[in-house]
Design a protein around this ligand. Structure first.
Ligand SMILES: [Fe+2]
Length: 249
């Protein structure tokens, strides 16, 4: 909870809580137990899924990290975990649909995985990927091009979190020109990643750059932060934009 403590002192004017049920589907979270830095047990997964249902979601596409160094999650590992989560959801009688894809870290292995079509996607071949937080990878544009030539639609996770682009907004525009879809981490709008990430997220909303919104929920701390985001004016603006694809997934 310490990470999000600063949210609670926010002095920004607040609107009534937004209704997240209009999104229907969340497309970024870490709810498969014990395979990344999200949920660690089946009980935690159920607690998180219950909270998502209470927030209004009817479906989640959960997206464990997949990277060459670190969480080496293959489709088999993820889908095996999904089966366990689905069985428990059914056993406890929770009314939420659970699907899985992955959050692919753009590293040297990703190109090969795409080449072999060993990637999990959601919707119409939407492929969620993230970048290192320190610098833009040199292979960014070639890998995006490769995704597209293989028939995938790249979705960049939380573009508002990459501080190396904060003073170079043209980099965001360049990705939009190439057809990259952008996914907002909702809690950025409450300042969960700091004031600059919040500002950039708002600027990207003003530019109509986001097609998807996600929770990136790892824990009940994230759920609390989401609740503190519901009154943010920019969340209302994004939900009313008519641009979001969540409800159709
Ligand atoms: Fe994530």
């Amino acid at each position: 909870m310490g990470l999000f403590a600063k949210l609670f002192g926010s002095k920004e004017a607040s609107l009534p809580d937004a209704d997240l049920s209009v999104l229907r589907c969340d497309i970024h979270s870490h709810f498969i137990p014990g395979i990344d830095d999200g949920s660690q047990t089946l009980e935690q997964s159920i607690e998180l899924l219950t909270a998502m249902r209470e927030l209004g979601y009817r479906k989640v596409v959960t997206t464990p990290h997949s990277m060459a160094d670190g969480y080496k999650n293959t489709p088999e590992i993820i889908l095996g975990g999904l089966e366990k989560v689905r069985a428990e959801v059914k056993r406890v009688g929770l009314d939420i649909e659970v699907d899985a894809a992955a959050e692919y870290y753009l590293d040297h292995e990703l190109e090969q995985r795409i080449q072999r079509k060993e990637v999990l996607t959601f919707g119409d071949k939407l492929l969620l990927f993230e970048l290192p937080f320190l610098s833009e990878p040199q292979v960014l544009l070639p890998v995006i091009f490769q995704m597209q030539t293989q028939g995938y639609k790249p979705v960049l996770a939380h573009p508002e979190r990459y501080s190396f682009w904060y003073n170079d907004f043209a980099k965001y525009e360049r990705l939009k020109e190439r057809g990259v879809l952008f996914q907002l981490n909702m809690i950025a709008l409450a300042g969960a990643y700091g004031p600059q990430a919040k500002q950039v997220a708002e600027k990207l909303i003003d530019a109509g750059a986001y097609e998807l919104v996600g929770s990136d929920c790892h824990s009940m701390g994230h759920v609390e932060a989401m609740k503190h985001t519901l009154g943010r004016p920019y969340l209302h603006k994004l939900l009313a934009s008519g641009k979001l694809l969540n409800a159709g997934l």
